[in-house]
Design a protein around this ligand. Structure first.
Ligand SMILES: NC(=O)CC[C@H](N)C(=O)O
Length: 221
């Protein structure tokens, strides 16, 4: 299993991402600096981690989405490589045009940092097959720009195509239709604001994120 985590100026969840991946696969991912122009060949999984890339200037994720490595990330997405963007990673994937919608300032205008109850909207994805449909899980959120927005036609389309994967039970940020995580049309790219990599170890307060990594990293029996 060959995996990678992309690291930007201001990433701060890259090591948590690496720890979660290694806990499931037994192998450390390649840590790829954003100035690189190519991801390793033969990748099975790429993670775009959370943080405050470029200090969230302009718009969260906007500068990082123009990094050299993102050209190859787009090629890998097109080729079907599974990839997960969490929080700032989700913002970067929308800014790169790999996912529909955008993440606006939270409706409260406050940073939210809490354990968020979520509904697994569909277990019929490569990221969620380890859960049951409509299962409630608890995953931490920590962001100021998590307010998912897309126009009504886009929201109808992604809902109709089963691309809405996670929904908030108690919407913490004003996201349209309580959306917490979406995939692309092909289903190989998932972006989500909650942090599953912070929920893989009981000593850290919960393990509800583990099944996501086990699902996408092929570790389910
Ligand atoms: N934890 C994170 O990735 C923070 C995301 C983002 N920079 C925000 O606060 O909106």
């Amino acid at each position: 299993m060959k995996t990678a985590v992309i690291v930007f100026h201001g990433s701060n969840c890259d090591r948590d991402a690496a720890t979660a991946i290694e806990a499931v696969t037994g192998h450390a991912p390649a840590m790829v600096w954003h100035e690189e122009t190519e991801l390793p060949e033969g990748l099975d999984f790429v993670m775009v981690p959370g943080g405050f890339s470029y200090g969230d200037y302009l718009r969260s994720g906007a500068v990082a989405a123009r990094s050299p490595i993102v050209n190859d990330l787009k090629k890998k997405a097109e080729a079907g490589v599974p990839m997960l963007g969490v929080c700032n990673g989700f913002q970067i994937l929308t800014e790169a045009g790999l996912l529909d919608g955008t993440l606006m300032r939270n409706a409260s205008l406050h940073f939210v940092c809490e354990k968020a109850p979520l509904l697994v909207e569909t277990a019929n994805t490569r990221f969620t097959r380890g859960y049951a449909d409509r299962k409630e899980i608890v995953i931490p959120v920590a962001h100021h720009d998590g307010n998912y927005f897309a126009d009504e036609a886009t929201l109808d389309r992604i809902e109709g195509e089963g691309q809405v994967v996670f929904r908030y039970a108690n919407n913490p940020n004003g996201s349209a239709r309580d959306i917490a995580g979406v995939t692309n049309a092909a289903g190989n790219v998932l972006g989500m604001m909650p942090h599953p990599e912070r929920a893989v170890d009981a000593d850290h307060g919960g393990t509800d994120g583990l099944a996501l990594f086990e699902s996408v990293l092929g570790k389910l029996s």
